[in-house]
Write a protein that binds this ligand. Structure first.
Ligand code: ADP
Length: 493
């Protein structure tokens, strides 16, 4: 058996000096087995032995009373009495004597050596000094292997006063009890050994899955995500394994996300930073005095700075959402007004770059949602439409009440080249960017639609995209329609 103490662990974890579960379980099982066996032994030695002898003595007493009454009955002839006495002697394993007052054996009709007869009468006289009709004496004679129980009463037999002596040998019962007790001890010892072995293996069986889980958790803590928490027959351990597998997957996802984030951020930050540095150097060395070239180079720097800002913002939003999505700050608000506010942010595109934003919005549509996060969703979808729309630089925004679903559908349509079916499966994934998106000057990070998905999933809102190649894409979100603002402002519903 292994040591009682758990092994000493390093790597900044606590060192426990506790008794192992299987040893504790084994001790309890073993203690239980010892207890049961002790109980059986006590029962066997006290209750069983005493009650068996007591039962037999009681039976002999009953026989004594029955026979005394029977023999004393004057209506019954001596022959019938003798026949009854024979019956008892035969079937109840008792020896019956009827001895007259002057020491003659009246029953059974057999010769008893005078000294033996003298001993018997002496014994009886000693134990029953008074001879009257109701007198009864009970006593044991002999000891050890020859112990006998005697029942004596006064009767009238063959017309004379006599004593009825019933003898019952106790020693065979005592012997049987002793033998039984010996067997009980032997069997108990065997059972004890078997109980120790079984309880040890049982304790092992119960504690092994827990030890395996603990070992795997240690491996997981050391960063090994390949560990598999296997299920067992025990429901609690199976649930724990299941939860640990889930926890491992979540930690892995988070770990992957961090690695991916680092790789992407490093990559995405590098390109604009290189550009900014290159163009700044160009201004310093070449175009500083040429206003036309300088402005061109400066606008590249500004564009790249914007891209950097967008990237940093998206990363911040993603991590913020991932860390705090549990707490959606829902409230009822006017979606129409809210949407106008966001569209206004894109006004500069209409003024400076010739974009056309066509708006078709139902007035005063209310919804219940986290307005800050919904703002992010709408902003990202409009940004994408602006970024990916076609040569006509037109995007269509609509907000319409749909009676069948009692929802207000927000949709934004562009006239770009659309998204093919295969690509549509991936656009919601983190860092997904179409292969050719780098061919056009789009300030994208590949996080925008993932942010949209996380926020809308958290709200459990219906959303999606439809697209026709060469004609454009339409992204939509169904906001639950709420008639008006409740008195408490609809906060945190
Ligand atoms: P990005 O920052 O690259 O726009 P998003 O997560 O917003 O990242 O979008 C992921 C990808 O989905 C984009 O790279 C693009 O390929 C595709 N996409 C998103 N919106 C549109 C759209 N309106 N038209 C065509 N493709 C789109």
């Amino acid at each position: 058996m292994k040591s009682d103490n758990s092994s000493v662990r390093t790597k900044g974890r606590k060192k426990f000096r506790c008794i192992r579960t299987n040893v504790i379980l084994w001790r309890y099982f073993a203690l239980f087995a010892v207890g049961i066996i002790l109980l059986v032994a006590v029962v066997c030695y006290t209750v069983l032995g005493n009650s068996l002898i007591a039962q037999q003595i009681k039976r002999v007493e009953e026989i004594g009373v029955e026979l005394t009454d029977f023999v004393n009955d004057p209506r019954i002839s001596d022959e019938i009495k003798e026949a009854r006495l024979n019956e008892y002697a035969l079937y109840d394993n008792v020896t019956v004597f009827v001895i007259s007052e002057d020491g003659i054996i009246l029953y059974p009709q057999m010769f008893v050596a005078p000294d033996r007869l003298g001993d018997i009468t002496e014994e009886v006289n000693e134990n029953m000094p008074e001879w009257n009709e109701d007198a009864v004496a009970e006593y044991n004679t002999g000891d050890g292997d020859s112990m006998t129980y005697n029942y004596v009463s006064c009767v009238r037999f063959g017309g004379t006063r006599a004593m009825l002596l019933i003898r019952y040998p106790i020693s065979p019962i005592a012997y049987s009890i002793k033998q039984t007790q010996l067997y009980v001890i032997l069997i108990s010892l065997c059972v004890l050994v078997v109980a120790f072995v079984i309880s040890y293996s049982l304790a092992e069986r119960i504690s092994r899955p827990i030890r395996d889980l603990s070992d795997n958790v240690s491996k997981l803590a050391d960063g090994d995500f390949s560990v598999q928490f296997t299920s067992t027959d025990y429901a609690e351990v199976a649930t724990l394994s299941d939860n640990l597998n889930y926890m491992r997957d979540e930690i892995k996802k988070s770990d992957d996300f961090q690695k991916e984030l680092l790789a992407n951020v490093t990559h995405d930050l590098k390109t604009p930073l290189t550009m900014i540095k290159a163009y700044a150097s160009m201004i310093q060395e070449i175009s500083g005095d040429n206003p036309e070239k300088r402005n061109k180079h400066l606008s590249v720097i500004i564009e790249e700075s914007d891209r950097l800002t967008g990237l940093v913002n998206d990363i911040l939003i993603t991590s913020k959402i991932r860390s705090g999505l549990g707490q959606l700050n829902k409230k009822v608000f006017n979606l129409t007004e809210f949407l106008y506010g966001i569209i206004a942010k894109f006004g500069y595109l209409q003024e400076t770059q010739g974009y056309k934003i066509m708006v078709d919005v139902d007035p005063n549509m209310y919804t219940l949602a986290d307005d800050e996060k919904v703002g992010q969703v709408i902003y990202n979808l409009i940004s994408n439409a602006v970024n990916y729309t076609g040569e006509d630089k037109t995007i269509y925004i609509s907000l319409k009440y749909v009676a069948e679903t009692n929802c207000t559908r927000f949709s934004v349509r562009d006239t770009g080249k659309g998204i093919d079916e295969e690509e549509r499966q991936h656009i919601w994934e983190r860092y997904y960017r179409s292969k050719d998106s780098h061919t056009r000057p789009v300030k994208g990070t590949g996080l925008g639609l993932n942010i949209v998905k996380i926020i809308l999933d958290a709200h459990a809102f219906n959303f999606g995209v439809s697209s026709e190649e060469g004609k454009g894409s339409t992204f939509f979100v169904d906001f639950p329609s709420v008639s008006s603002i409740p008195e408490d402002g609809g906060k945190d519903q």
